[in-house]
Ligand binder design. Structure first.
Ligand SMILES: [Fe+2]
Length: 472
């Protein structure tokens, strides 16, 4: 299992341009983007228009006295920084062919298990238009630790050229300062089974799915990225089959001790938009989400925003149960699509009028989510709560601050008895109301306030390391 950890960021000038110091200086044809970031590592990817051996210069406290050199003199580079300190701000720049980019800052991930996570997510943005840029810049201004791309990241067909023009150019400031992970949409799969997507992004991996599907822990949140195209038979079966992905997903979720679980994939099990709820995704994956206590499922595909009540099977879950909340966050830049049906009973909030993104903060046992337009208008807000066990007492000299969550020895923390917690939310900017629109035509509608209970939460936190971080 590949694991990543969080970054926090300084707000710095976004545009990165090489400052030429020689007549033969190269320029960056693709500005740096942060990939595979952890508490002690970060990959800085970029592209040049010349052939030289570039380096990333980096350091703490505004210095860039350390250096990591690329392995070759090609034009595509992904330089790995290692030996970094968790929860520490670094400045970095790219040095290539006698020129340097403007320095920008980022912070390494916090100590594993840290009970404070801030991330953003959106899908269906890869248009290279003003709406995409506005959403991306608004996300950057929120200074998230992590950005989840929910698919359809490079319209129209996910070609090599479209990744450059419709992802890396318009979102360069964000991607230079915020680590990102992605799942592919259907549009990526138009070109060679999404090969340009895999060529251009450096993603976590899983043993059976490679970069198709994977998981990682970020603070006290377990993230799972799925390639729903595999379920549709769009991928090579030897690389990503539905059966293998389901098997891996079940094992992965069962093995996670993180108190919060977030899954992201492109196709929505629940949606009242143009494409609608995807029955295959619903049938194959939602039982696992329910069984293993997934809190939040993030999707795109339909170009609107929508939040369900916590769902169980084909209906709204009963109050007092812990069930997944499903979001469609497809307003990242592509043209919005108006709802053509009345609001289903399982929909808490939906909006088809505004582009926007999801901003989530998970502090201890409270997940607070906001869906915001680029101008800051609130489309939706809600929170999920659960009780977490107290942090274990520090045992000096037995832990490492860079050890990942889940790699600690079981028994260092005690799971607590699950306790119910509420889901609260605002009415947002409703797009309509009316008839039930369930996958199961016999499913009852919702008339009671949904609720959730906490997950079994054997939190394997390194208390001493966490306290050290908090003292900083
Ligand atoms: Fe899509």
């Amino acid at each position: 299992m590949h694991r990543l950890y969080s970054l926090a960021f300084g707000a710095v000038a976004a545009a990165l341009t090489l400052t030429a110091s020689s007549a033969s200086a190269a320029s960056l044809t693709r500005q740096p983007y942060l990939q595979r970031v952890g508490p002690d590592t970060a990959t800085i990817a970029f592209r040049l228009d010349g052939n030289c051996v570039p380096a990333v210069r980096y350091g703490t406290h505004g210095s860039t006295h350390e250096s990591a050199q690329s392995a070759d003199a090609g034009r595509t580079h992904a330089i790995v920084l290692s030996g970094l300190q968790p929860g520490t701000e670094y400045t970095y720049l790219v040095e290539a062919c006698g020129a340097r980019t403007t320095p920008v800052r980022f912070s390494t991930a916090p100590v594993p298990g840290t009970r404070s996570v801030h991330f953003t997510a959106v899908g269906d943005f890869g248009m290279n238009n003003a709406d995409q840029r506005a959403v991306a810049n608004a996300m950057l201004a929120r200074k998230p630790e992590l950005f989840l791309m929910l698919g359809d990241n490079a319209y129209e067909s996910g070609t090599e050229a479209e990744f450059q023009s419709n992802l890396f150019v318009p979102m360069a400031p964000l991607l230079a300062q915020v680590p990102s992970v992605a799942v592919p949409g259907n549009h990526e799969y138009v070109t060679n089974r999404a090969q340009p997507y895999f060529d251009n992004l450096y993603l976590p991996t899983s043993p059976t799915g490679g970069e198709h599907y994977y998981s990682f822990d970020w603070g006290h949140v377990h993230f799972v990225g799925l390639d729903a195209n595999c379920a549709m038979g769009m991928a090579s079966q030897d690389r990503c089959s539905l059966a293998a992905q389901r098997k891996w997903l079940e094992q992965d979720l069962a093995a996670s001790d993180a108190p919060w679980k977030v899954v992201f994939l492109h196709y929505p099990p629940w949606s009242s938009g143009e494409h609608g709820s995807q029955p295959l995704i619903h049938r194959e994956f939602t039982p696992l989400f329910e069984k293993y206590g997934v809190d939040l499922v993030l999707t795109g595909h339909d170009h609107h925003y929508e939040r369900t009540y916590p769902m169980k099977g084909s209906a709204v879950g009963r109050s007092g149960e812990q069930n997944p909340t499903y979001l469609v966050v497809g307003g990242g830049g592509a043209s919005l699509r108006p709802f053509e049906t009345s609001k289903p009973s399982w929909t808490a909030v939906r909006n088809d009028r505004d582009h926007g993104y999801l901003d989530v903060k998970v502090e201890e046992g409270t997940l607070t989510a906001q869906v915001l337009t680029p101008s800051g208008q609130m489309i939706d807000s809600f929170s999920l709560t659960k009780d977490l066990p107290p942090l274990p007492e520090e045992t000096p000299g037995v832990t490492s601050p860079s050890s990942p969550v889940g790699s600690e020895q079981p028994g260092t923390a005690q799971p607590t008895t699950p306790a119910p917690g509420p889901v609260t939310g605002n009415p947002g900017l409703p797009g309509g109301s009316g008839d039930v629109e369930d996958l199961d035509p016999n499913a009852p509608g919702c008339s009671t306030g949904p609720a959730m209970v906490m997950l079994p939460a054997g939190l394997l936190v390194l208390a001493g390391a966490l306290r050290r971080r908090r003292r900083r």
